[in-house]
Every structure is written in C-alpha cells, then in structure tokens.
Design a protein around this ligand. Structure first.
Ligand SMILES: [Zn+2]
Ligand SMILES: [Zn+2]
Length: 140
C-alpha cells in the first residue's frame, strides 16, 4: 500500500497512513468552505483506525454529527469525521507532504459552489453527496 503523510502549516500536527484511499474529491459545501476559509475543500477518505497522529489536534464540533480537527498552534484543519461515515477519517489534500499523491475523482455539493469558482477538470459533479446519486454534470 502507498504510504501517505501530511502536516499542518506549522508542523505541530502530522499524520501518516497506509490508506487505502477510499475516495478523493473536492467539496463545495458551505460548511467546508467556511471551516477552511477557501472556495472549496479538497480531501480524501481513509480507514479511521489506520491514521497515526503526531501531536494532538484540537476539535471543533461544527454540527452534532461532525468533528473538524485542527492544529491548536497554527489553526490549520487536519481532519474531518462524521457519524455518517463512522469508519472513515477524511484528510485534507493540501496537508499532504507529497501533493501529487492526491487524485481527485469528483466534485461534491456542486450545487453550493460559489459563482467565482470555475472548474474545467472534466470530473463528475454531484449536486450533493455522491452516494446513490447521478452527477449533475460530467466534464467541463
Ligand atoms: Zn500547526
Ligand atoms: Zn463539505
């Protein structure tokens, strides 16, 4: 399996996992946008038990079901967990040591995207979650 590792901006928090990467994509939902202070969030899911942490992330409970981990020193987001996916931890692509290891497959919550985000990567775009849904756009 491929070794993946990453860290926050200041380096106080780092993580390692052998994966496997269960899915990878970009989320355009309002919650991710405001939590990351960015137009959209690029992340991927791995088995929750398979992530080894150095340092202890602080936790922001952004809703009853959701925990967003962040570095208590620099504030960078380092994980997302939800009771909806209890066996997964979602890690942020931008924290990867090797950014080329991120291979996005789709856009999620495309219906919530900001108008000033233009995307031409040809990936399928789902109005919300991909689970049980057909993409609203393919390509373009
Ligand atoms: Zn940090
Ligand atoms: Zn989101």
């Amino acid at each position: 399996m491929t070794k993946l590792s990453g860290r926050c901006q200041c380096g106080a928090i780092s993580w390692e996992t052998d994966g496997p990467v269960l899915w990878a994509g970009h989320c355009h939902c309002d919650s991710c946008r405001r939590a990351s202070s960015a137009a959209f969030t690029s992340f991927f899911g791995v088995p929750r038990d398979g992530v080894a942490w150095t340092g202890t992330p602080a936790v922001n409970r952004s809703s009853a079901a959701v925990e967003r981990g962040f570095c208590p020193s620099c504030g960078a987001q380092v994980f997302y967990r939800s009771t909806r996916w209890p066996a997964e931890t979602h890690l942020f692509a931008a924290t990867l040591d090797d950014l080329a290891q991120f291979e996005p497959q789709a856009h999620f919550h495309w219906a919530e995207r900001v108008a000033w985000t233009q995307v031409s990567d040809g990936l399928p775009k789902y109005a919300a979650s991909a689970e049980g849904a057909e993409p609203v756009e393919n390509g373009g």
